[in-house]
Ligand binder design. Structure first.
Ligand code: F0G
Length: 459
């Protein structure tokens, strides 16, 4: 049964044209980009679901706040407005703005991670992973086993395996763990939420060993909304109260504000420890800017201050999560398998199951990404062997990820029901000719972060 599409809790008063270029032009554009959608022009996209990061629509209140931006170098009014919002929503003692999420991760890693140290999490997002590695550290993913089964209906598949965490700490030794993390919602695992119960248990283990606990808060509001919907005892609490409780369990957070603070650019780094805050601030000044603007314009700080509250609005969240659920239900109805249950910010299609005849080394999810552009001018992102397969230097073997996924990330407040219907219809058309779709091979592949610049040839 199709999930009902929730009416948007806003109306539209500014438009941005999009157009579907003709099929031959799409084919030519694909060829020119080496069949890599990262290398294509946004102008050639009809519906762009590459990411939900920084691609949402700002509200009239946010645009009005932008006009109030105070561009003073130090102590701007914009900074103080953001400070009030951050203290109110998250409740940490200290905070600094950064230009985006990975800048906060970089600063935290630069100050705390030393070569050979480990940072556990449920699953690190790829920029967090890379920032830890860039300092010689080793990220460790300790998500529950249910997360690896795309059909398992566990309501909190972002949860960390607490006994794995304890065993990990005992094995590695506290002295080699500068801090621990958890990502809410778990983007790398399908946008799956973490329960309050799990956050409490994880916090208790970290604190038992005196390990500072950081939350990657990129999609914290969506996570809090799932807790309200799915966890006993939270039905009557407001999403803001739930968020407050989540952050009261942690010692700090990094956040890409480009998601749940609904801004085009921005990030946050918060901590409770004064000493640590001083050290982070010195690093911030070196890399981002003075601590009252942190690499952003005053106007960006103001847009974030307003966006933080809009991201917590429950009418908005119920529309947002409902929209994602609607797209997934339309796809499932057409026999297209997606990760269950549906996550917050996007739909993750099991491309391996649609193209069982394409082996992982011929990139089934890349084939689906190309086919979706060819069919409908729609851009998604491959999360499979192009992104994650790696050559192990120890045994000289290729290691492939468990799943070959295509993520359709939904920008906030941007597309309507008819756009999502169009996406579902395009995928259904591909499914009906799935047997004829072929895989790809590399024409060029760099050693690291291949997916951004690789080029392909159809087989
Ligand atoms: N953490 C999570 C969970 C993320 O999803 C992202 C970005 C970041 C950190 C880094 O933030 O981009 O502001 O530097 N995710 C985007 C995505 C890019 O498409 O999922 P950033």
């Amino acid at each position: 049964m199709t999930t009902t599409y929730p009416p948007e809790p806003f109306r539209i008063k500014m438009t941005e044209p999009i157009r579907l270029i003709p099929r031959e032009a799409r084919e030519a554009a694909l060829k020119e980009a080496g069949y890599n959608l990262f290398l294509m022009k946004a102008e050639d996209m009809f519906i762009d679901l590459l990411t939900d990061s920084g691609t949402g629509a700002m509200s009239q209140e946010q645009w009005a706040a932008i006009m109030r931006g105070d561009e003073s170098y130090a102590g701007a009014r914009s900074y103080h407005r953001l400070k009030n919002a951050v203290e109110d929503v998250f409740g940490f003692k200290y905070f600094m703005p950064t230009h985006q999420g990975r800048a906060a991760e970089n600063i935290l890693s630069a100050v705390l991670v030393k070569p050979g140290m480990y940072v556990p999490s449920n699953m690190h997002f790829d920029t967090t992973d890379a920032n830890i590695r860039a300092r010689g550290g080793r990220p460790a993913n300790l998500v529950i086993d249910e997360a690896n089964d795309p059909n398992n209906p566990h309501p909190f598949k972002g949860n960390m395996d607490v006994s794995k965490l304890r065993a990990f700490i005992e094995k590695i030794g506290v002295e080699n763990i500068p801090f621990g993390m958890i990502t809410v919602t778990n983007n790398a695992g399908g946008g799956q939420p973490v329960s309050m119960e799990n956050l409490k248990a994880v916090s208790a283990v970290y604190h038992e060993f005196r390990i500072p606990f950081f939350i990657d808060a990129a999609r914290y509001a969506e996570n809090a909304f799932f807790i309200k919907q799915r966890e006993a005892g939270y039905e009557k609490k407001s999403v803001k109260e739930i968020a407050h409780e989540m952050f009261s369990l942690a010692d700090g957070m990094t956040m890409s504000a480009k998601k749940d603070a609904i801004v085009n650019i921005g990030g946050l780094l918060c901590v409770n420890d004064e000493n640590l805050f001083q050290n982070l601030k010195n690093e911030l000044i070196l890399r981002e800017g003075f601590p009252t603007y942190g690499g952003l314009a005053g106007r960006d700080l103001d847009a974030m201050a307003v966006g933080l509250y809009e991201g917590l609005d429950e009418d908005y969240l119920s529309y947002r999560i409902g929209q994602t659920a609607y797209l997934a239900s339309r796809l499932n109805e057409a026999g297209i398998p997606t990760i269950q249950p549906t996550g917050g910010h996007g739909v993750y299609i099991n491309a391996g199951a649609i193209f069982p005849h394409i082996p992982n080394y011929e990139f089934p999810a890349q084939a689906l990404a190309v086919e979706l552009y060819r069919e409908g001018g729609i851009r998604g992102v491959e999360i499979g062997s192009v992104m994650f397969a790696c050559l192990d230097p120890e045994d000289n073997q290729w290691h492939y990820p468990a799943l070959e996924l295509l993520r359709l990330a939904i920008p906030r407040r941007t597309y309507t029901q008819s756009h999502l219907d169009y996406v579902a219809d395009s995928l259904a058309a591909i499914k009906s000719r799935a047997d004829n779709v072929r895989g790809y091979k590399y024409a060029y592949a760099p050693e690291f972060l291949r997916h951004f610049t690789a080029r392909f040839e159809p087989l």
